[in-house]
Design a protein around this ligand. Structure first.
Ligand SMILES: Nc1ncnc2c1ncn2[C@@H]1O[C@H](COP(=O)(O)OP(=O)(O)O)[C@@H](O)[C@H]1O
Ligand SMILES: O=C(O)C1=C[C@@H](OP(=O)(O)O)[C@@H](O)[C@H](O)C1
Ligand SMILES: [Mg+2]
Length: 174
């Protein structure tokens, strides 16, 4: 069993928004590694960061992603930092991995309204987001099999393009 698509990308790229829409378009179930962590621990992501620190969160995340990759056959969205963990990068090999990309301006705008992302909660979210993109875009590209720019596209437009690319050809279903 293997996910139809795993979605990676920076915070605010739309993984948790596009993922459920893509799953609906493909007729499969959606799952989000952050939701799995919250369900399993009974705590919010910000509480885990604040009380236990980022390394503890990354350990929980690696385990949640490994479990979902092994048992989920729908669309799986990861938290933005998940591909930073070497074990997760190794486990993503061979999967269909969609990199939702977002530029600095749109990324800051989309994440600025929420205090739920502890890594972006500092005094200068724009500088923090720029550093994050500089460090992570090469990592997302390393694991991805498909890349989609999201800045000037609605979630519905992104899903329409992806669903066409990921649809199983009729002859493969027979
Ligand atoms: N393509 C898009 N265009 C405009 N806004 C978007 C787009 N994708 C997501 N958003 C908005 O950006 C915010 C972050 O989206 P979310 O799906 O939580 O991102 P992620 O899971 O990648 O951090 C939400 O308010 C969402 O409605
Ligand atoms: O970029 C990151 O390191 C993180 C992104 C968040 O998920 P989203 O990318 O869905 O916001 C969440 O996993 C956590 O706050 C850490
Ligand atoms: Mg998300």
């Amino acid at each position: 069993m293997s996910p139809r698509a795993v979605i990676v990308g920076p915070p605010g790229s739309g993984k948790s928004t596009v993922g459920p829409l893509l799953a609906a378009a493909l007729g499969v179930v959606f799952r989000d590694s952050d939701d799995d962590i919250v369900a399993r621990t009974g705590r919010s992501i910000s509480d885990i960061f604040a009380e236990d620190g980022e390394p503890a969160f990354r350990a929980l995340e690696e385990e949640a992603v490994a479990t979902a990759l092994a048992e989920h056959d729908g669309v799986l969205s990861l938290g933005g930092g998940a591909p930073l963990t070497p074990g997760t990068r190794a486990r993503l090999a061979g999967h269909t991995v969609v990199f939702l990309n977002v530029g600095l301006a749109a990324g800051v705008q989309r994440t600025g309204l929420s205090s739920a992302r502890p890594l972006l909660a500092g005094v200068n979210p724009r500088a923090t987001f720029k550093k994050l993109l500089d460090e992570r875009v090469p990592v997302y590209r390393e694991v991805a099999t498909v890349e989609v720019a999201t800045d000037d596209r609605t979630p519905a437009e992104i899903v329409a393009g992806l669903a066409a690319q990921l649809a199983v050809p009729a002859e493969a279903k027979e």
